[in-house]
Design a protein around this ligand. Structure first.
Ligand code: CAA
Length: 285
């Protein structure tokens, strides 16, 4: 049904988008990294360059391979560059309005064969697909942060996603060195349905004075062998993203067990968004 994928466009050059562009370029694809402003794509490229330079320093990659990866990467501030893409991964902010508008435009711009994937961490793929005239070619491809390190990609079928599109996306994830796991389209999928209530519960422990943040993180790190405690992880993900995902779960299931902790709301309102804003449960310099 499909041609070989040669060119992948990544829409959104933030933490997730730049990571996805990096693993795609490392896998040998031509990559167009897009964002709305030149400084955003420049920053995305710098992150990729820094990660690759670290791999060269560690002897995990040759300097020639690094240059070859970077040569496969082009930057774009014009969404119509999507006309050259065989596969698009959207990784913009978690906002249905923003995503819907991008998918509507991509549907007009991209060739008929192009698959449109979303890296959304919790929004319904079926709803995103519905704004396009190709819902059978819309799919969820949820990478984990940090993308170059984490093996998992959740692949989410919308109601109308074609089996061939699922297969193609699964193969693509494998070519990027990832392990794809198939998940159906429910709020939060599996990863955030399980992870976020744990993080939210850790925040309730702070809120109710059960223990200090450091103590809570220590319990989960040393007691459950988690690489990061839940509050460190929340700061790493971004507290605004954590709150947004809890809202999606709460609204999607209508069940009080997903009620976002009031302390999480308060921190987000204060602009304490975690590592990226310099302050969350911990202070960063
Ligand atoms: N980008 C690229 N590489 C990175 C990186 C980054 N941001 N951060 C760490 N690395 C690399 C390091 O270079 C190092 O590589 P080598 O093995 O080649 O030396 C390796 O990862 C390990 O790093 P460190 O030794 O510095 O630190 P660590 O052992 O503590 O690992 C970690 C760091 C991988 C982030 C680890 O702490 C971890 O696994 N944390 C949990 C991450 C997690 O749960 N992610 C999921 C978040 S939820 C999500 O993404 C979904 C959502 O929808 C919200």
């Amino acid at each position: 049904m499909f041609m070989n994928i040669q060119t992948i466009m990544v829409v959104g050059a933030g933490q997730m988008g730049s990571g996805i562009a990096q693993v795609a370029a490392q896998a040998g694809f031509r990559v167009i990294l897009h964002d709305i402003r030149q400084e955003f794509v420049d920053r995305g490229r710098q992150t990729i360059e820094k990660n690759l330079a670290r791999s060269v320093e560690k002897g995990k990659m040759s300097a020639e391979d690094k240059e070859a990866v970077l040569a496969r990467l082009t930057l774009s501030v014009d969404l119509t560059d999507g006309r050259d893409a065989d596969f698009v991964v959207e990784a913009v902010t978690e906002n249905m309005g923003v995503k819907a508008e991008i998918f509507r435009q991509l549907d007009e711009i991209c060739p008929a064969h192009t698959v449109l994937a979303s890296n959304t961490s919790s929004l319904p793929i079926t709803e995103i697909a519905a704004v396009t005239k190709r819902p059978e070619k819309v799919i969820g491809m949820h990478f984990m942060n940090p993308v170059p390190v984490m093996k998992l990609v959740e692949i989410i079928r919308g109601l109308q996603t074609a089996d061939e599109v699922y297969q193609l996306t699964e193969d693509l994830a494998k070519q990027m060195g990832k392990v794809p796991v198939s998940v159906n389209d429910f709020p939060g999928f599996v990863s955030n349905r399980v992870l976020m209530p744990m993080i939210n519960e850790a925040i309730y422990c702070v809120y109710e004075g059960v223990a200090e943040p450091e103590a809570i993180d220590e319990v989960m790190k040393l007691g459950m062998n988690h690489p990061m405690g839940p509050l460190t992880l929340a700061d790493f993900i971004g507290l605004d993203t954590c709150l947004y995902i809890m809202e999606v779960l709460y609204e999607g299931f209508g069940d009080s067990k997903y009620r976002p902790c009031p302390l999480l709301r308060k921190y987000v309102k204060a602009g304490w968004l975690g590592r990226k804003s310099g302050r969350g449960f911990y202070v960063y310099n």
